[in-house]
Design a protein around this ligand. Structure first.
Ligand code: ZN
Length: 184
């Protein structure tokens, strides 16, 4: 009799521990900040294979873009904050790439981050942008690039608002606003 009682107690204890232990495994709260950072850095870092890819020579890019657009889009430059280009809310529509006209960000996903750069919680589509690890200026950041022309747009950070928690910090100089009624 005794060994069976002991076995019963052990089985009951193991069951209780298994039930109590489960929520802890599912919600590792102390790791959330670290995990979000990893999530950003774990974005696929290869240019999406699009059938509408735009590849031009440097001379062709210079002819197509203004010097400011060229410096940011092709030279990975950064505009001054609060320079005002595409910073304010313009109503319903989408922000397209000035290099290739691909819709990059929807107006409904724009928010005021206070940084002085246009900010969005997500791209217009999963295959609209891609990412590269950027270790320039003594920082580790995630660069955001246009998926059609591979132009530099800005960076993405993990301190954005819900629902994604992401902040796409984009140079307004390389965005062109297209109203919903005009976008077809
Ligand atoms: Zn583009």
């Amino acid at each position: 009799m005794k060994p069976l009682v002991v076995l019963g107690v052990v089985v009951a204890a193991v069951s209780v521990f298994a039930l109590l232990g489960r929520p802890k495994v599912e919600a590792p709260e102390s790791q959330s900040a670290e995990q979000q950072t990893k999530t950003v850095m774990n974005f696929d870092q290869t240019s999406p294979k699009r059938s509408d890819k735009l590849v031009l020579s440097e001379d062709e890019w210079k002819a197509r873009l203004t010097p400011e657009q060229y410096q940011i889009l092709r030279g990975k430059g950064t505009e001054r904050p609060f320079c005002g280009i595409n910073l304010e809310d313009k109503g319903a529509g989408a922000y397209h790439c000035v290099g290739c006209d691909l819709p990059l960000f929807k107006a409904g996903r724009k928010f005021n981050s206070g940084t002085g750069w246009p900010s969005y919680t997500e791209p217009a589509a999963d295959d609209a942008v891609w990412y590269k690890k950027d270790t320039g200026y003594g920082m580790v950041r995630t660069e955001v690039l246009c998926a059609r022309c591979d132009g530099h747009l800005g960076h993405v950070f993990d301190d954005g608002p819900p629902p994604t928690g992401l902040r796409y910090c984009i140079n307004g100089t390389v965005l062109k606003f297209v109203k919903d009624s005009d976008s077809r």
